[in-house]
Design a protein around this ligand. Structure first.
Ligand code: ATP
Ligand code: MG
Length: 266
């Protein structure tokens, strides 16, 4: 099953942010969306999740997102937003249970604990969320999403794990842990869409890469096709050099020189 986007446009007031965007994503694969700040990645994710009005079409497993009921969407996809704030003093396990109630139902209580264990926080269940570090909070939020869509596939089709910068607060070991969780979900038949700023993790883990600029897709394909010197340098507006890792030949990206930051006024 697939995620199909046709002629997608999104406006904030009079400002058009996505411009007639088209894409076709397959389940069973990890798709990474990369691109500069403000290029529309989070807007695209919000539209796919049914959180923004849009023109055009977004079909998730054949259902038009704008017409789907909230509980139908909750059964089909889980979303890790770029930023999550919490106004109440919930414990970690209570945050994860929010995922259970919006997805599978509270009879799956054991899954809340299992989801915390999946992100390595089993002993943090009764700690207050606000008192966790930034990276721990990000992993609790991922556990909430995993509890919601625990099985990557169902009789009704694949589930979709939609992640907006899932590793932005994580140390390198936990970055690898979270990317491995995402890849395992995809290998088991689920769909994964992950917005990423880390191009090297993208090169290592993604099956498919979309490079976004100015509300559209500049390039897409396997990391070796979409992550080239010229595509990435054009996308980010600085000179980047793509090399290959000795093991696995995954692309990795280095700035051409420290000059790049000065070119961008940094
Ligand atoms: N709620 C909003 N109201 C008005 N404009 C918005 C709103 N949210 C985002 N924008 C604008 O839309 C554009 C795309 O924003 P978006 O958050 O999708 O970018 P992004 O690619 O996710 O960037 P980043 O890498 O910084 O997270 C930006 O110019 C942003 O200023
Ligand atoms: Mg964003």
């Amino acid at each position: 099953m697939t995620l199909n986007v046709r002629a997608l446009s999104v406006n904030y007031g009079r400002e058009q942010v996505l411009h007639s965007l088209e894409m076709d994503l397959q389940s069973g694969a990890l798709t990474s969306i990369v691109g500069p700040n403000g290029s529309g990645k989070s807007t695209l994710i919000k539209a796919i999740c049914g959180d923004l009005p849009y023109n055009g079409s977004i079909q998730l497993n054949g259902a038009e997102v704008a017409q789907a009921k909230p509980w139908e969407l909750a059964a089909m996809r889980g979303v890790l937003p770029q930023a999550s704030t919490l106004a109440f003093p919930f414990t970690a396990i209570e945050v994860v249970r929010i995922g259970l109630t919006s997805g599978l139902g509270s009879e799956h209580e054991g899954r809340a604990q299992a989801a915390l264990a999946r992100v390595g926080l089993q002993s943090y269940a009764h700690r207050y969320y606000q008192e966790l570090s930034g990276g721990e909070q990000q992993r609790v939020q991922l556990a909430r999403v995993l509890a919601q869509i625990w099985e990557p596939t169902t009789a009704d089709g694949p589930r979709w794990l939609i992640l907006d910068e899932p590793v932005s607060s994580l140390d390198i070991a936990h970055q690898l842990q979270v990317m491995t969780i995402a890849r395992t979900f995809a290998r088991a038949g689920g769909g994964v869409v992950a917005v990423m700023h880390d191009l090297n993790l993208t090169g290592m883990f993604a099956d498919h890469v979309l490079v976004m600029t100015e509300g559209g897709i500049l390039a897409e394909g396997h990391p070796t096709e979409a992550m080239t010197d010229s595509i990435l340098s054009r996308a980010y507006g600085c000179r980047l050099q793509v090399n290959k890792t000795p093991v696995g030949m995954a692309p990795f990206v280095l700035p051409h020189s420290a000059q790049a930051a000065i070119d961008m006024g940094g």
